[in-house]
Ligand binder design. Structure first.
Ligand code: PLP
Length: 463
């Protein structure tokens, strides 16, 4: 080994030791830094990322449903540098700046209906927090101060800060942090694969599962319920698209009870479903949209709560303020990147790319149905879940021991070893989640399918 290689190795080893000693990873046990450790990703290009040993991975999750435009986009880095040179930071508290104004205007133009006001945050949880707080104040301003509760869905993920976590429907995320913010209640999600009655009748399922939201509102008392928070396609639990007519019926229910409909599009906005917003794809009109992630393709953190004129109206009265703000919300560099990112989407027709190719993505993944371990393939756009089962005919899932040993013990590391970064999600039934960058096409779908086929075949043999 040469001296240079020797030094390089020493530097890598030092960094690994430093990670183990000092870096607290998110949603990951501290022991994950023990041998063999977690990969250190050092660079990205297009749909691929590379670790510090030079291994290449296909980014099957766009980082974390974020990197719509793909990695290594020089124009986004240039936009950041230009803005940082001009104005590196100034708050949106009593001041504004051009990149936040221009981005707010652009978002309002792209958002459906009268969603014309944009409150910037630094991420998705804060966008959800902002929506709930704003809704509580809206009802206080409009003479219905009792309305404060939120209905959301089982196993849905809406973030980790206390308010967003309370809206979150994943018991394992909540339990350690009880007591949470009071006033949140859960209704059934749109998992038709596991519906005991309506499995073959999506329309009847859609009506029933929308009515579950109304039952929850009535159970809590419509006078106390302020909002329903729903993702267009629910991520946690494994990509549950809405059944036909679902959102239209939920909209009617919300109108009937003066409950606001919040479309939590932290994942689904900005092209993930082939449109700027999931609400536009599925043809419903929310009162508020929350978004983040893909807005900058991840080149800087940014979130947004987009509010309808009707909800903003009482805040226009003299002497009214929304006493809420976040230092980095609407950071000028993040907003400049978002503007460049949306230009890039247009220039490269990324929404069109998803619309043209989503059928091919679906049919490529559906080839996996011939494997005995694949129970369901579901999703829309570039957003899919592959549910794994022990028995295809009965849809029997895995025991906790099998899930730990095979899915998380074998599957997750094996996918990485084969060069595919994606996620084996364990927040509901076991599902492999896929959300490639929006620049992808057939050759990438084939690569995903090939790796999944090989690894899932071995996983099944280990049962
Ligand atoms: N809402 C939804 C639907 C999400 O998927 C997420 C994150 O994945 C959040 C909120 C929280 O966003 P963040 O992690 O940026 O706080």
């Amino acid at each position: 080994m040469t001296a240079i290689a020797d030094n390089a190795n020493t530097a890598l080893e030092h960094r690994r030791a430093a990670a183990k000693a000092h870096l607290w990873p998110h949603f990951t046990p501290l022991t994950a830094h023990d041998s063999p450790g977690v990969p250190t990703i050092v660079r990205g290009e297009g749909a691929y990322v590379y670790d510090d040993t030079g291994r290449r991975f296909f980014d099957g999750l766009s980082g974390l449903f974020v990197v719509q435009a793909g990695h290594g986009r020089a124009e986004l880095a240039d936009a950041a540098a230009k803005q940082a040179r001009e104005l590196g930071y100034f708050p949106l508290w009593s001041f504004d700046h051009p990149s936040a104004i221009d981005l707010a205007e652009r978002i309002a133009n792209e958002a459906p209906g009268d969603l014309n006001r944009v409150f910037f945050t630094s991420g998705g949880s804060e966008a959800v927090e902002t929506a709930w707080k704003l809704i509580k104040q809206y009802f206080k301003l409009t003479g219905k101060p009792m309305k404060h509760k939120v209905i959301s869905r089982t196993i849905a993920y809406h973030g980790t800060t206390h308010g967003a976590l309370s809206i979150n429907g994943i018991p394992a995320h909540r339990q350690n942090f009880e007591p949470l913010v009071p006033g949140t209640h859960k209704a059934a999600n749109t998992n038709i694969y596991r519906s005991p009655i309506f499995g073959d009748d999506p329309k009847a399922f859609g009506e029933w599962v929308a009515d579950e939201i109304e039952r929850a509102i009535l159970m809590e008392g419509a006078d106390s319920v302020a909002a329903v928070f729903l993702e267009p396609v629910q991520n946690a639990g494994g990509c549950f698209p809405p059944p036909p007519g679902y959102f239209q019926r939920v909209r009617e229910i919300c109108d009937r009870h003066d409950v606001l409909l919040v479309s939590d599009e932290v994942i689904c906005a900005w092209g993930r479903l082939g449109h700027a917003f999931g609400a536009s794809r599925y043809g419903y009109q929310p009162d508020i949209i929350t978004c983040a992630k893909g807005l900058t393709s991840g080149y800087a953190p940014l979130g947004a709560t987009i509010i309808s004129d009707r909800i903003a109206e009482p805040f226009l009265a003299d002497g009214v303020t929304f006493p809420h703000g976040i230092t980095f919300g609407g950071h000028p560099v993040a907003c400049a990147i978002a503007l460049a990112n949306l230009d890039l989407f247009e220039r490269e027709d990324l929404y069109g790319n998803v619309q043209r190719n989503e059928g091919a993505f679906r049919s490529t993944l559906e080839k996996l149905h011939d494997l005995p371990i694949v129970g369901d393939v579901r999703g829309d756009g570039y957003f899919y879940g592959v549910e794994l089962v022990k028995d295809k005919a009965t849809k029997e899932s895995f025991t906790a021991e099998e899930a730990n040993r095979i899915l998380y013990g074998y599957l997750s590391p094996a996918l990485l070893e084969h060069g595919l970064y994606c996620r084996a999600d364990d927040r509901g039934d076991p599902v492999i989640q896929l959300a490639p960058p929006l620049i992808c096409g057939q050759e990438h779908f084939d690569e995903i399918e090939g790796i999944l086929r090989e690894v899932l075949t071995t996983a099944y043999s280990k049962l």
